[in-house]
Design a binder for this molecule. Structure first.
Ligand code: ADP
Ligand code: MG
Ligand code: MG
Length: 886
């Protein structure tokens, strides 16, 4: 038979699937001998069975009765016993922490009779009536469905009628009156009385906690956090302890280390003479935990011992909730605590230093995303004012600007040179121009995969979304915070995309010390040292190489400083922009071979110079040069603009110049409906005579020059957009001829491996053939994703990706994280068949996925040799490649 109920002493921390996180950790603390009020956990199995059928599964009631009996015997009194009642809490607790999302009901067992017994045994009338009214409030709203605002309103009315400002002024008779009011409220609203049978209270509370799993708040939260709806929650039933029994009682939260900085010092908040819920609710001001040392040195010393025991046992930062009842300390909850990126690195390094975890474990405890967050300038947490609002940190960084509430205003102000923050309930594709114009995007709705979040991340723009306590009033051009602050259009606000926090005014910025370390190599400061240690470890264990995508000597040099082991993608098209565009135009317009040769000859020395610079910056490391990739018409004027200009001039009686006419003819000739699938990549090299030879000659001559200067150039030539091995064979012939010619002319043997991008499904599927001609493969996962899914990236992201994400068609954009089943399958096929044909084939990836943590893990598993990503992502890729190898 299934066991539905476990006493705390029966469970342990590995049972979180069954007992929920809270239950498993309560069990673990019990086993460790920490003072946990006794109790038992109803399993997630029971919850799932209940939610599936709408009734408690067979046997559950008996098991609960048994465990309750054990509790009652150990306490020496019965649940709700009139003269000395045992009181219970009923607490939700799912597998994954869902803070505040589900229900907890305290003080179960109080009735019209037992409230008097409690008053007598506790010696406090006020405490007894206050506990009873809390039960009525929680049970009334959670179990019986009365609007919680009605209880609040009744409380406020009572205080107003008595001219009290504060709950603390209510005395026992006041609270007894409030209890009457609440009971009437419940029967008035529901037509039923508050149950006076304690076991009925308990049974219905457990049911209500089960049901709270499907509450609206909980569902929304799970969707955002990608937590499955089918897990269900466990329910913890526990003896109540009381922090509100006088000045020698109280409640607090504590961390084993500072979760903001990772520093090893006691950290937390304490509220004397209060229940735990009062600490969280923020009704009264807490004091720093360290004050407890003065208030109750014995409990404080015990708490510190317990914190140390927990950290030693869990070997990680833990947080706890505790209550002191008349000088006796009780532990109510613990878990491995959340922390900032900074603290994650500091704690991992600290625990490894203390020998509590290994260096590999320390590496596993930090992430590339956290490292990336530390590379942005951030607000000076010591100097920022109070937060105005909190949302979901969707795209990191710190931004300051004037609040604007519509796209047009954002564009207008930005055009006038003003920095703006676009504030919207949510964004749509219509908001794109405003998002481009803004420093940051702030929304009150939507999660990490909302339109705002996806688009902002793609643009590298700061974004906080789902700041639900902001009431945004677009027609009124303002918004209001939960604290009642109104932000009018034009008011300057500061948005922290790394923490999800909004501040008023200009929050002071500090440069990233981690970035400074990468730029200068200066390893100073605790945080930098912690980050450097993690990266050192990652470098020692990773199997994947990490290269960078870089097109200029400056980028190449930066990539090298950031730890890149070469260039995986050097795009040559960027070298043809600006002034050089005219030269490309001349090449396209050339009528005769002589004209074309002249145009190419003019480009050659410029291109050679570019290569020299890059090879120098990456001396001794591989540099993968990609032959020209984009359609040629990208180097010509825009078709519509040109047509309009010529037509307008003609209408005014000015016939177009011969050059313009020729240009227009060329633009029309080369126009493509789907340029992404048109004349580009290797296709271009094969039909534009002399282009490939010019690029290869420039590279070969650059190699000669670098060698003459005593350098160690290691160039590789990469051919883009191959579909068929024949294409590669033809290009290689031209490359080999050109290399031979340069070798002969220079008297120096110039060799250069030729490889190909694999970025079309056909190439992946014929990789065995292609490998015969290729020294290496580099997966161009951007184009491979476009062509595998049939998506035009520039069109689809804004058009329907947020809808697709909401509908769960994918959890993350396939352009952000590689789609392992489709695109990834092509990668695996190509790796296997390519290596079978050529065992020494080198295989890398140069799409943007190369810097995405989840994708790096995939590429490691797919056994690639290296990933290549933007210089700024190099540390992220190094770290994740190391973690993937653990
Ligand atoms: P959450 O998961 O939202 O933190 P909890 O189950 O921890 O909910 O309960 C909320 C509050 O109720 C806690 O702050 C805790 O202090 C208080 N509480 C829960 N159980 C007990 C108990 N047995 N005795 C005293 N207070 C309790
Ligand atoms: Mg809690
Ligand atoms: Mg491509």
């Amino acid at each position: 038979m299934v066991q539905y109920v476990y006493e705390f002493a029966e469970g342990n921390r590995d049972m979180a699937d069954l007992l929920g996180g809270k239950g498993a950790n309560l069990a673990e603390m019990t086993r460790l001998g920490l003072p946990v009020p006794p109790g038992f956990t109803v399993t997630t199995d029971a919850c799932r069975a209940f939610l599936a059928t709408g009734t408690e599964p067979d046997g559950l009631a008996d098991e609960i009765a048994d465990c309750l009996g054990v509790l009652e015997r150990s306490a020496g009194r019965r649940l709700g016993q009139p003269d000395d009642p045992l009181l219970l809490s009923v607490r939700s607790g799912a597998r994954f922490s869902m803070p505040g999302m589900m229900e907890t009901i305290l003080d179960i067992g109080l009735t019209d009779d037992s409230v008097r017994g409690l008053a007598k045994v506790s010696g406090s009338e006020r405490f007894a009536w206050d506990s009873y009214r809390r039960l009525l409030q929680m049970f009334g709203s959670t179990v019986m469905g009365v609007d919680p605002a009605l209880f609040e309103a009744a409380l406020t009315r009572l205080k107003d009628s008595l001219n009290y400002r504060d709950d603390l002024h209510l005395d026992a008779p006041d609270l007894a009156r409030l209890v009457e009011t609440y009971k009437n409220l419940i029967s008035g609203e529901t037509g039923k009385d508050f149950p006076q049978d304690p076991t009925e209270q308990l049974r219905r509370s457990i049911r209500a906690v089960f049901e709270s799993w499907n509450g609206q708040r909980a569902r929304l939260y799970r969707r955002r956090e990608h937590i499955s709806d089918t897990l269900g929650t466990a329910v913890n039933v526990q003896r109540m302890v009381f922090g509100n029994l006088g000045p020698d009682s109280g409640s607090g939260v504590a961390f084993t280390r500072d979760p903001a900085t990772g520093r090893r010092r006691p950290y937390g908040d304490y509220l004397p003479n209060a229940q735990g819920e009062d600490v969280v609710a923020g009704i009264r001001n807490t004091v720093p935990l360290t004050d407890l040392e003065r208030l109750d040195p014995t409990s404080y010393a015990q708490l510190r011992d317990h914190l140390e025991a927990l950290e030693g046992h869990y070997r990680d930062l833990c947080d706890v909730e505790f209550t002191i009842e008349r000088g006796t300390l009780w532990m109510l909850q613990t878990r491995v605590g959340k922390r900032t990126a900074e603290a994650a690195f500091a704690i991992a390094a600290g625990l490894a230093e203390e020998g509590l975890i290994t260096h590999d474990e320390a590496l596993a405890r930090v992430s590339g995303d956290e490292a990336a967050r530390l590379m942005f300038p951030r607000f000076d947490t010591a100097a920022v004012g109070e937060a105005l609002a909190h949302g979901i940190p969707a795209s990191p960084g710190a931004a300051v600007g004037a609040a604007v509430f519509d796209c047009a205003e954002a564009v207008r102000r930005a055009a006038a040179g003003e920095k703006v923050v676009l504030v919207r309930q949510e964004t749509t594709p219509d908001d794109l121009p405003g998002m481009v114009a803004a420093q940051a995007v702030l929304t009150s709705r939507g999660g990490k995969t909302s339109h705002a979040a996806v688009v902002a991340r793609g643009m590298g723009k700061v974004c906080v979304c789902g700041a639900e306590d902001l009431v945004i009033d677009p027609p009124g051009r303002r918004c209001t915070t939960a604290g009642g602050v109104t932000i009018e259009e034009g008011m300057v606000i500061s948005v922290d995309g790394s923490t999800g926090t909004l501040y008023a005014g200009v929050a002071p910025l500090v440069d990233s010390e981690v970035m400074r370390y990468f730029e200068t190599g200066e390893r100073s400061g605790e945080l930098v040292d912690a980050v450097a240690r993690a990266l050192d470890r990652a470098d020692a264990v990773r199997r994947l190489g990490v290269r960078a995508n870089a097109d200029t000597p400056e980028d190449a040099a930066r990539a090298r400083r950031f730890g890149a082991e070469g260039i995986g993608l050097c795009r040559t098209e960027h070298m043809f922009l600006g002034d050089r565009r005219k030269l490309v135009e001349a090449m396209i317009l050339a009528h005769t071979d002589a004209d074309r040769v002249r145009a190419l000859d003019a480009l050659l020395p410029l291109q050679r110079q570019d290569f020299i610079g890059i090879l120098e910056a990456m001396d001794g490391l591989p540099v993968t040069i990609r032959l020209l990739d984009p359609p040629l018409h990208e180097f010509l004027p825009d078709r519509t603009e040109l047509s309009v200009r010529i037509a307008t001039a003609e209408a005014q009686g000015n016939p177009p110049s011969a050059h313009d006419a020729e240009l227009l003819a060329a633009v029309n000739r080369m126009h493509e409906e789907n340029p992404m699938l048109g004349l580009r990549g290797v296709r271009l090299g094969l039909v534009a005579p002399g282009l490939t030879a010019m690029q290869v000659r420039a590279l070969a001559e650059a190699i000669v020059e670098r060698k003459r200067a005593g350098g160690d150039p290691r160039a590789e030539i990469m051919v883009p957009l191959i579909d068929a091995v024949e294409e590669l064979r033809l290009v290689r012939e031209e490359v080999d001829e050109t290399l031979a010619a340069v070798s002969e002319a220079s008297g120096m043997a110039v060799r250069c491996p030729v490889g190909t991008m694999i970025e079309l499904p056909r190439a992946a599927l014929t990789a065995g053939q292609i490998a015969q001609e290729a020294a290496f493969f580099s997966f161009g996962t951007n184009d491979l994703t476009q062509t595998t899914w049939g998506y035009s990236r520039d069109d689809v992201e804004a058009a329907f990706f947020s809808a697709y994400l909401d509908k769960g068609i994918f959890k993350v954009s396939p352009f952000e994280t590689i789609d392992p089943e489709g695109v990834g399958r092509l990668v695996r096929i190509a790796v296997a068949e390519g290596r079978a044909a050529r065992p020494d084939l080198k295989v890398g990836v140069c799409g943007e996925h190369g810097g995405d943590p989840a994708s790096v893990h995939f590429f490691h598993a797919a056994d690639l040799d290296y990933v290549s990503c933007s210089p700024f992502r190099v540390p992220v890729a190094r770290l994740e490649a190391g973690r993937a190898a653990l």
